[in-house]
Design a protein around this ligand. Structure first.
Ligand code: NAP
Ligand code: GFB
Length: 340
């Protein structure tokens, strides 16, 4: 089996459900279930045997409730009464959307996160796994970054609104544990990509942006425009790998402190490497131009996955080029329905 068994259950976690009086089936509510990460978790749950007998999974989108509204969020949680929550819903975007909309990223995400965590507490949710990001760490730091460094200094100025809103999830989780003994935790992924990503060129992340731009440039016989110098470094994680790790965190990871979900430091690539991988996967032959009038953003945010490796030494990440190829193939096959 290529991936660690994410379907096993930690007996101590089961025991705690019982102490909380919540014997019986797990009902997992996934906020943001229609997004990049949510759709990957849905696939692992429904198509890769990730769902166990007796479990109920509910995948939500903004059509089910606007989680910026405390009333709508409370009503949603009272309707479904989940035992577990994977909290993905967020205002999300790449570097350039973050630079344009720091205030919206701050306000929307603070509201959504406070509403979801408070509603979870009110209906007695046993475990919430929320989602931070490696871009929330201090800009000026030593490398590699680890889980203890989240609050050590200001984040990169390009996305301070998003970063501070996400950091407050960690504050909320720690306070909720201290005051009520709730074991609400968070994962910290690096840049995610895969099928069902947001391929909008202005708003999205670099990989979906490059895939969409290369797709259009191929049709028009023009060069691919890569923004910035191509020198910044990133660790990318395939959404399906992240989904498998999410199931493990939900079932096995027992800490309130967050955990970085990342490929190793040795798998960090430059934006140029990422563009080359897209060019290869799409068999693009019209040349690449670097537009250095556009921002590079944070030069790097190299994260350590030592904590993850301590728990899961054998987990195998999908090779970067394989994951890029699968994502490009998905985009080409689903161009009409892709978010763009
Ligand atoms: P995404 O594809 O943009 O999906 C966002 C999800 O949130 C969608 O299901 C969306 O619903 C929902 N949503 C947004 N605003 C909402 C609202 N006001 N009320 C209810 N639902 C709302 O995002 P993603 O890339 O899957 O990200 C998932 C999580 O991972 C986020 O917490 C993000 O911060 C984190 N993360 C992402 C990356 C990355 O590179 N993508 C990296 C690190 C961490 P609709 O579909 O109905 O709009
Ligand atoms: O994924 P991305 O937008 O965000 O990548 P970050 C930005 C890097 O890719 C910069 C270069 O170095 C850009 O100059 N780049 C090249 C491009 N071509 C493109 C393109 O077509 N589109 C985009 N978007 N970039 C984000 C944070 O940072 O990381 C978010 O702003 C988020 O808050 C995410 O958490 C994980 O990696 O720089």
């Amino acid at each position: 089996m290529p991936h660690t068994d994410v379907t096993a259950t930690n007996p101590e976690v089961l025991l705690r459900y019982r102490m909380d009086g919540q014997v019986g089936a797990m009902r997992v509510l996934v906020t943001g279930g229609s997004g990049l990460v949510g759709r990957a978790i849905e696939r692992v749950v429904k198509e890769e045997g990730g769902r166990r007998e007796g479990e109920e999974w509910i995948f939500l989108s903004s059509k089910d409730a606007n989680l910026m509204s405390a009333e709508e969020t409370r009503a949603l949680f009272q309707k479904h009464r989940p035992t577990h929550v994977i909290h993905l819903a967020a205002m999300v975007g790449g570097l350039f959307r973050n630079m344009r909309q720091n205030l919206d990223f701050w306000r929307n995400n603070v509201y959504i996160n406070d509403n979801v965590l408070q509603a979870s507490h009110e209906v007695g949710v046993v475990k919430v796994v929320s989602c931070l990001s490696t871009c929330i760490f201090p800009d000026k730091t030593s490398y590699p970054i680890d889980e203890t460094m989240i609050h050590n200094g200001p984040p990169h100025e390009s996305n301070f609104g998003y970063a501070y809103a996400k950091r407050m999830i960690d504050v909320h989780n720690r306070a909720c544990f201290q005051q009520y003994g709730r074991r609400y935790t968070a994962v910290i992924p690096t840049n995610v990509f895969g099928p069902h990503d947001n391929f909008n060129i202005e708003d999205g992340h670099v990989l979906p942006g490059l895939i969409h731009k290369a797709y259009l440039a191929k049709k028009e016989g023009k060069a691919l425009q890569v923004w910035g110098s191509g020198r910044p470094l990133r660790q990318f994680i395939y959404s399906l790998d992240l989904a498998r790790l999410f199931l493990w965190v939900l079932r096995e990871y027992d800490e309130v402190d967050p955990i970085i979900l990342s490929v190793g430091e040795e798998d960090e690539v430059s934006i140029k490497d990422a563009a080359d991988a897209v060019v290869e996967a799409l068999e693009f032959k019209h040349g690449v131009i670097y537009d250095t009038s556009k921002a590079d953003g944070q030069f790097k945010k190299t994260a350590s996955n030592a904590k993850l490796r301590k728990y899961l030494p054998d987990f195998k990440f999908t090779p970067f080029k394989t994951a890029i190829k699968e994502t490009c193939d998905w985009f080409v096959a689903n161009y009409d329905i892709a978010r763009k």
